[in-house]
Design a protein around this ligand. Structure first.
Ligand SMILES: [Zn+2]
Length: 100
């Protein structure tokens, strides 16, 4: 790629870039539905199953959903008085049915 096309590409990227607020609509579709019917791919072993089929360990620090195949933590959720903490680093992918 020559310098001219790199500059044009950068200009196109900048023209298309919006701030994170522009994703509010699609993010609300992702996080509102019942997530237990979503399919999660375990980042550790690659097993794919519904979130509702993961093993749940709930305790005072929060809830950990573990992969039945390898035991890795797929999702972690914790609640404090004012915040919800959602860690999905153990899920390679989450797939949910879109609202019609
Ligand atoms: Zn696994």
């Amino acid at each position: 790629m020559d310098g001219g096309s790199a500059t044009r590409r950068q200009a196109v990227d900048e023209a298309m870039r919006l701030d994170g607020n522009a994703a509010a609509g699609i993010l609300s579709e992702v996080f509102v539905p019942d997530l237990t019917t979503a399919r999660a791919a375990c980042a550790s072993c690659g097993a794919i199953r519904e979130v509702g089929a993961l093993f749940v360990y709930a305790h005072g620090m929060g809830t950990v959903l573990r992969c039945p195949s390898c035991g890795a933590a797929v999702l972690r959720v914790a609640r404090t008085r004012t915040r919800l903490w959602f860690d999905a680093t153990g899920a390679r992918l989450l797939v949910m049915t879109a609202a019609e």
